[in-house]
Structures are given as C-alpha cells and as structure tokens.
Write a protein of this length. Sequence first.
Length: 314
Amino acid sequence: MVFFTFPWYIGVSLFTFGLLIGAIAPTFGIGGGLVTVPILILVYHFTGENATATSLGLIFFTALSGTIAYIREKKIDFKVATSFIIFAVPGAISGGLLARYLKKINAKLDIFQIIFAATMMLIAIYKIATILSQRRSKKQTGTKNNLNDNDNISQTQRSQEGQKSEGIWKRTVRRYSVSRKIVDRNGREFEYTAKIFPGLIIAFLGGFIGAILGLGGGVVYVPILTLIIGVPGLIATATSTFTILIANPFGVAMRWTSIHWDYVICLAAGTVISANIVPRFLGKVRSELILTGFWLLVIFAGIRLILKVSGVVI
C-alpha cells in the first residue's frame, strides 16, 4: 500500500510537473529523467540517489504512455527495437546493481548528482553542437532538411562514409544490415537500411546509464539509432520509447527500495495524459529554436546541480 507523505498542494505541483515531463519525453525519445531528476532534487530536496531511483519508477509510466501513442501512430520499428532490447536489458541490470553498491558504500559526496549533472551537460553540449553544425551545413549547401532533436545524417553522407569503410568491418556491417519500410498511420513512408551491428554494443551502455542515473536511456538510444544505425528521426524516437519501456523494469527492480512511489503516482498522473497526446503533434512543434532552448536549460540545470552539491547554492 502506498502512503502519501505530503500535503495536497504538493500532489498538485507534482501532477503539473508530470504534465511537463510527459510532454517532453516522447518529443525527444527519452524517458524524461533529464527533467525529472533536477525537479526532484531542486524543488523537492531529494538526495541524488533517491531522485534517480524515483525517476526510474516514473519512466515506466512515461514510456508506457508514449509507446501506446506511438503504436497508434504506427511509428515503432519493432525489429530494430527487439535487437536493441537484447543488449539494453543486461545494461539496465548492471547499472541497477552498481547503483545499489554505491548506495551501500554511502559515499560522502552525493555521487549520483555529480555523475548525472556531468552526463546531462555533455549530452546537451553534443546536441547543441549537432544543431549548429547542421544549420551551418544547410546554409552552405542550400538544402532544406527538417531539423529536429533526432537529426540523422543524410542518406548521401551515410553512403559516402560507407564507401570509405573497407575490409572486415564493412562486410560485417553489411551482413547485419536490414532493409526496412515503415508506413505510419497517416500513410507516410519511411524507407531505410538499418545497420544493426554497430549499435547493439552501445545499446548496453544506454541501459546501464539509464539504470544508474535515473534516465530512460533514450539520450543514448536516439543518437545511436539515427547517427549509427540510420533510422529516421521520427521512427527513432518511437523505437527508443518502446525500448525504454521494456528495459526500464529491470532497473526499477534493482532499485525498488529507493523509489518514493507516492511521488511517482502523482507525477505519473500527469505524464500519462500528456505523453498520450504529444506524439500526435510532434511534426508541428519541433524547431531549431525550441530544441536549442531545451538543451540550454539542460546545461543550466546541470550547472545548478553541481553548484548545489558543492555547497555554493542551497
């Protein structure tokens, strides 16, 4: 039985934050931990260990809602997702076990906050650099490619890079490549060749990072799917969300006792609503400005967490 340990107005604020998290998570193909963890630490004064664990509990509901919406939209590549899951699940279990060990040794510094903040900032810097690079490339070439959080290398670029690869590596990549064709609910076709082999090993890392840092793993899955495997952005976000749904419970099981389920329930009440609605309108709301602003906020939140741990900011 879950007991609520806070007054009603805290529950209302959690529900409101849940709406925000549920809107952001499916938009970027992430579990929502990038937003949830800073909120729990900075607003509700959680420890880093409890915040990351509680975030894992919420991610299940966010990913479930997003997956249901994406199934309706017919945007999930289940074949690629299945290959990912085989490696992501062991990663999630390993990350959960390491998190339990770090809790057991009771490190003096809040290591979870430090690791999370550093990871969050590196990811954000990479994303912003990608946006700026592709924006500059568009100006130079005059091409009109849609830019979003999951921008993938163009088919021409991937072809040129493939031609430079030779020998065993090239043959291995080709051997484990599959031609895919996804037709979504609106009749939009996505045809691409998925290079399964290079991304599978890194999928383990996604599950590991997700479990230990309270992330869904999407911050790793989406770049792998788009930049390495060659999945179009919209399909990558949907496939990432489904992968998170399957891998997340293993991380939750490893950290069950550190999760504040009363907070999870109130947050989930909001995420379930927005995560079911947002995927229908993704193509209309994405833009360079929105994405750049989001990742700048991520950097700010990371700096704020590090300052808080160091005692500079209360």
